[in-house]
Design a protein around this ligand. Sequence first.
Ligand code: NSP
Length: 206
Amino acid sequence: MVTHPFAMSITTGAVPAADMRRYLEQDFQFVDSFTALLGAAVAAADTFEARVPYGKFLGQVATTEEKTYFHRALAELGGRTDAPAEPVTEAFRRLMDDVRTSQDYALIVAVLCVAEWCYLGWASRAVEPLPESFVHREWIELHEGAEFRAWVDFLKGELDRLGAAADEERRLEVLGVFRRAVELERSFFDMAAGQPSTAARSSNVR
Ligand SMILES: Cc1ncc(CN)c(N)n1
């Protein structure tokens, strides 16, 4: 996923405008459920220390990604904020909504960790000079840098902490959600690149 051709094209600014538009239109739908999932993490976390980073990041997503970047980028590309969801977007939203309503902290962390770690993975492969177009450059910058890295480290640390206290059956349950999220991340980039995908099949977490 982190070396997907679509992601690598973002890092070089080479994504055709129509593909970037399709991707961001769909990601705007993704971010809605993702933001709700961050809210669920605040509620479901088992320690006060853990609630704080979720609350902090939730505020950032709501004020930077959603309010500014998406609207500016979609305006630049002639995109819509109400595009019909593609099957993979629906499937990803279903996964996020399932773990959100489960209020199961470990499952919530698994999905958040995949989403953020994958994005750090591809964005950190970008080399200077970053693309001139703000649509590409700011999308890389939002998923890279010391603060984002610390956020991903926090999510990984939470998964490790919860995993250490879990039995084998529970670990496999969390792993199943983790794998499903990775599969959907990859398919999301396939969709963005205009390729058919198989990962959008319906699947419930539990
Ligand atoms: C599909 C997807 N996955 C992850 C991210 C990173 N927040 C995102 N914006 N979109």
